[in-house]
Design a protein around this ligand. Structure first.
Ligand SMILES: [Zn+2]
Length: 404
């Protein structure tokens, strides 16, 4: 059976001492300040002088800032997270210049995730104890699942969410055994009424508590909006909103993990549609029932799990008319408004459930790509969007699709 070595993150909750919490909060603040200052400099250099600053330039600037009186406090925290912040900024710019992302934005104290990344020189991991730079004691981590034996973390990310919970994520190398081969393929359609619909006809709805939690969230948000700015009541209301939000996100992630593990375990080939945020935002009813965040998360999980377990993920071109194509006779229907849940093919007379038909078409398109062998690299998407094809391990499907 095939084994592969992969980088894998293990995330745990931990409880800092008061001193550790103060040290980390100070570090988060410095990381944000350095990031924002570097972004400011890069922006100025670009707009005023059409000059692109590099990571090295900003790193040199950081050294200079540390020598000034007003920024001398930057020396008090570990320098590694500050450098890592500059590296993240570099990545953000690369994504912007490659047209994969918008122009980098400033990190806000309230809205951005408070986090700091430590590389190997800035932490010690020994006998299950993790100690960060500038700290005397190891972190009190709740080891909710074991780290793989002999795992050596290469990067450690500490974060605090909006409800005040602390997390540490350890990036480790892990050895994974591929699943035994199955002949199965499945098409996964981002449903309108359900979260996803499978080509087997199964409709998977949102996690059980999602609807109730969403109602709670809406109520908490209304209450927050009524509270006076700066008041203690407002702070309490803000925490409440954050708590409900965190619960929704946690439950959804848990749910998506179970779903993707199941799909990857049962199927050799998983076929999804290339739904971009852009297409979904335009389409409000779709955006409501499957939030873009959930879909992105689902896709990311499928991407890495397929790679880990020796499966094939096929991403079908977003211009493929999966819902309008009759999966029986391949006739293309006319317009199909989003509120149409069922439709009858005018040629073969079969009545389709919109989502199941769509999932069936995805499955067929995915299988067609596999039949053509690997290396099907249609140019269509890159030429239409001006973007380079992103992932190598995910194949894009346009070959074998009957042209309307
Ligand atoms: Zn038909």
């Amino acid at each position: 059976m095939a084994r592969s070595t992969v980088k894998r993150a293990f995330k745990y909750r931990f409880y800092p001492t008061d001193a550790q919490a103060a040290e980390l909060s100070r570090t988060f603040g410095c990381v944000r300040l350095v990031y924002n200052k570097a972004l400011d400099e890069r922006t100025r250099a670009w707009y005023a002088e059409q000059r692109r600053l590099s990571y090295t330039d900003t790193s040199a600037a950081l050294t200079a800032w540390k020598r000034t009186e007003e920024l001398a406090f930057l020396n008090e925290v570990s320098s590694v997270p500050l450098q890592q912040g500059l590296r993240h900024l570099q990545t953000a710019f690369r994504n912007f210049f490659d047209k994969r992302a918008k122009y980098p934005r400033f990190k806000s104290r309230k809205k951005s995730r408070a986090s700091a990344e430590y590389t190997a020189s800035a932490f010690r991991y020994r006998e299950g104890q993790l100690t960060l730079a500038k700290m005397a004691r190891p972190l009190d981590i709740v080891w909710s699942r074991p780290l793989p034996e002999e795992a050596v973390p290469s990067t450690v990310t500490v974060s605090r969410d909006a409800t005040g919970r602390w997390f540490v994520s350890l990036l480790c190398e892990d050895v994974i055994d591929a699943y035994p081969a199955t002949g199965q393929a499945v098409g996964v359609d981002a449903g309108i009424t359900s979260l996803v619909t499978l080509s087997t006809g199964e409709k998977i709805t949102n996690p059980r508590h999602e609807r109730r939690d969403r109602a709670k969230l809406a109520r908490a948000q209304r209450e927050l909006s009524r509270k006076q700015k700066g008041s203690a009541n407002r702070e309490r209301a803000r925490r409440r909103v954050a708590r409900v939000h965190a619960r929704i996100t946690d439950r959804r992630r848990d749910f998506l993990h179970k779903l993707t593990t199941r799909l990857v375990h049962e199927n050799q080939v998983v076929v999804i549609e290339d739904l971009t945020v852009h297409t979904m935002v335009k389409n409000h009813s779709l955006a409501r029932s499957i939030s873009d965040a959930a879909w992105r998360e689902l896709r990311t999980m499928l991407e890495y799990k397929c790679a880990w377990y020796g499966r094939e993920l096929v991403v079908v071109d977003r211009f493929f008319p999966s819902s309008k194509l009759c999966s029986r006779c391949h006739t293309l229907a006319g317009t199909l408004p989003l509120n149409v849940r069922e439709w009858t093919c005018s040629v073969c007379g079969v009545t389709h459930d919109r989502d199941v038909n769509s999932a069936n078409n995805l499955e067929a398109a995915g299988l067609a790509v596999l039949a053509c062998g690997a290396g099907v690299r249609p140019q269509r998407e890159s030429s239409r969007t001006g973007r380079p094809a992103k992932k190598q391990e995910t194949q894009r499907a346009t070959a074998g699709i009957p042209s309307p």
